[in-house]
Ligand binder design. Structure first.
Ligand code: SAM
Length: 187
């Protein structure tokens, strides 16, 4: 079996929860690895929306999808505005891979305030039974501010409405990213 890391863990969540025909949002498109995977899971009858604030990321994601023969709506827009593009209770899965664009400008990384706005907005867009996943990078360039702000916020979510599972690779060194799964429970 493949050894486990943060990315492979959230990918396993996607495999369990995302069915063909799903509506998925990639909140941080970057170079499109996650967008591509969501497109494959959602299949030809699904819909994938991807957001990034950087033109470089939008172009890289579109190029990756084109090479793979896949399609998604890739928008140069902030994930904090995702509610302008999807209806409440309509989305099956929303994924965040926080931090900066690999090989890009480290100053254009995700920020605590906008990330939290996007999480709250995304939770209203999820269907009951829908999921949100986050890969939270911390230490190094990212520091700890975003991790702390996001985890503090997630702790305040109503447990009747949302199940929040946080996985930390507790005995690994160098601050491995943290995987989060949020499930929107039935009302
Ligand atoms: N999922 C990506 C992939 O598969 O390659 C990696 C994402 S990268 C770690 C984080 C991305 O978040 C960067 O490309 C950055 O530009 C983007 N980002 C930062 N702030 C954002 C915002 N407010 N809205 C949308 N994307 C944002």
């Amino acid at each position: 079996m493949q050894s486990i890391n943060t990315i492979s863990l959230v990918q396993r969540y996607w495999q369990v929860y995302i069915q063909p025909g799903a509506f998925c949002i990639d909140a941080t498109a970057g170079r499109g690895h996650d967008t591509e995977r969501l497109c494959r899971l959602a299949g030809p009858n699904g819909r994938v929306l991807a957001f990034d604030i950087q033109q470089e990321a939008v172009a890289a994601t579109k190029e990756r999808l084109a090479k793979a023969g896949l399609s998604a709506e890739v928008l140069k827009a902030s994930h904090a505005d995702m509610a302008e593009y999807a209806a409440p209770d309509s989305v099956d899965a929303i994924v965040f891979n926080l931090g900066y664009l690999p090989g890009g400008d480290h100053h254009l990384a995700t920020q605590p305030k906008t990330t939290i706005r996007a999480i709250d907005s995304g939770l209203t867009l999820l269907k009951e039974g829908g999921i949100m996943t986050l890969c939270i990078y911390h230490g190094g360039d990212s520091g700890f501010a975003e991790r702390d702000a996001v985890l503090d916020h997630l702790r305040t979510l109503d447990h009747h409405r949302y199940t929040v599972l946080v996985s930390d690779f507790f005995n690994r060194s160098n601050h491995p990213p943290i995987a989060v799964l949020i499930i929107k429970e039935k009302n």
